[in-house]
Design a protein around this ligand. Structure first.
Ligand SMILES: NC(=O)c1ccc[n+]([C@@H]2O[C@H](COP(=O)([O-])OP(=O)(O)OC[C@H]3O[C@@H](n4cnc5c(N)ncnc54)[C@H](O)[C@@H]3O)[C@@H](O)[C@H]2O)c1
Ligand SMILES: O=C(O)[C@H](O)CO
Length: 383
């Protein structure tokens, strides 16, 4: 149930799951780590399972977003001499960072490497919902197709419509660019901060279209989230999950959206009140959703699975080979960096140097979310 690499390594690093690729294992082994990988056939490990894996001596743990990293686990890790934990994910709403701070444990995450992959899945869900691809696929497989018809699976044209993005950070901005450039959609977004680079991109693209005699695209930063919900035809959610974004989309907000709107969620399930969503989908058959995440994963709220106007996939937005191997590498290097006393990389939005397989990675932890709280030194490397 535990696979061991480099048994005589000085530092003991535990991974609660097998992760894609071997680079992450090799990087740890090269730096004198004994790597233990839990191979249990149990998808979601409990706190007790992880305490058993940590044992009496553990220098660092690489964990998953399905695990509850709170007071109990950080206390156990600290007692075992551990100073580092990394989620193999960019989102870390499963981690109580205050508890980690209390025990002086660094918390890593994996930004950047999954930005485009996740945005591509959001774009795929947008298209699947707009063009009713899953419904049509089921129809074909059921042997129901008996010839072309003018009204068969008529969906929505994206070109010239408005795409709304809630949370225009790394992934939200990448998605917005795909939809604007790929489908010539106009953009409206809501974020606590201005997405300057995104705005510049859309402005430049609009100028390019105009110079080619085409209808230019437009953009607008909305003053409120409701403005996006009212105006957009396709809305994709990309904020972090915290107290301010829990049930951000609720019954009242669903009611202000267009009757034929498409809602996509590749952020975290609890950003939508899923019970209210099921009801809304029942009442509004032309309203469609594309969901990668669910409020009570791995479960769906009753009724959702029966609805034809919902496309549902099992939290696979970051699931491309390159991204998942890169996430494993970043998570391992976060833990390794802390164990070795390396500084923290200065810009978690520029993690490319860690992903080049042809050169050794920088001597730094790529992304530690509580580096300031722990007073960790920051790398001065300008690679
Ligand atoms: N489905 C998946 O597999 C998958 C994959 C990657 C990331 N994610 C989720 O996507 C999230 C975003 O990732 P990212 O790399 O783009 O992060 P990011 O930090 O770059 O972007 C998040 C954005 O949300 C904004 N935001 C925060 N609170 C908000 C609010 N109340 N209203 C509107 N905007 C708000 C922030 O200002 C920021 O711009 C992650 O935290 C994670 O939960 C899911
Ligand atoms: O936060 C994340 O990284 C995802 O949910 C998994 O890739």
């Amino acid at each position: 149930m535990v696979q061991v690499w480099n048994p005589n390594g000085k530092y003991r690093v535990v991974s609660t799951k097998p992760m894609p690729g071997t680079r992450w294992i090799n990087l740890l082994i090269e730096q004198d780590c004994r790597v233990e990988i839990c191979t249990r056939q149990k998808t979601i490990l409990s706190v007790e399972d992880i305490i058993a894996l940590i044992g009496d001596k553990c220098d660092g743990v690489i964990g998953q977003l399905t695990e509850d990293w709170g007071e109990t686990l950080f206390s156990a890790l600290s007692k075992a001499g551990g100073k580092a934990f990394s989620n193999m994910a960019v989102g870390y709403n499963n981690v109580d960072v205050n508890a980690a701070n209390k025990y002086g444990v660094a918390v890593g995450n994996t930004p950047g490497v999954l930005t485009e992959t996740t945005a591509e899945l959001a774009a795929s869900l947008s298209l699947s919902a707009a063009r009713r691809i899953v419904e049509a696929d089921e129809f074909m497989r059921a042997g129901l197709y008996d010839g072309w018809l003018p009204n068969l699976f008529v969906g929505n044209l994206l070109k010239g419509q408005t795409v709304g993005v809630i949370g225009a950070g790394r992934i939200g901005s990448a998605y917005a660019r795909m939809m604007v450039e790929g489908f010539k959609m106009n953009l409206i977004y809501y974020d606590l901060y201005q997405a300057t680079r995104l705005e510049k991109f859309v402005t430049a693209y609009a100028e390019f279209l105009k110079a080619n005699g085409e209808q230019p695209v437009t953009w607008k930063r909305a003053a409120s989230m409701d403005e996006v919900l009212r105006e957009a035809d396709v809305i994709s959610l990309h904020p972090i999950l915290d107290k301010t974004t829990y049930h951000l989309v609720n019954k009242e907000r669903l009611a202000i959206m267009k009757k034929e709107a498409i809602l996509v969620n590749c952020s975290r399930g609890p950003v939508i009140d899923e019970v209210a969503l099921v009801e809304h989908l029942k009442q509004n058959p032309m309203f469609r959703v594309g969901l990668d995440v669910f409020e009570d994963e791995p479960y769906m709220k009753p009724g959702l699975a029966d609805l034809k106007n919902a496309v549902v996939v099992p939290h696979i937005a970051s699931a491309s080979k390159w991204t998942r191997e890169g996430m494993a590498t970043l998570a391992a290097l976060n833990v390794l960096g802390k164990i070795k006393g390396y500084p923290v990389w200065s810009d978690p939005n520029r993690i490319e140097p860690f992903l080049n397989e042809n050169v050794p990675p920088p001597a730094a932890s790529p992304s530690i979310v509580n580096s300031k709280a722990l007073g960790l030194p920051v790398s001065t490397s300008r690679l």
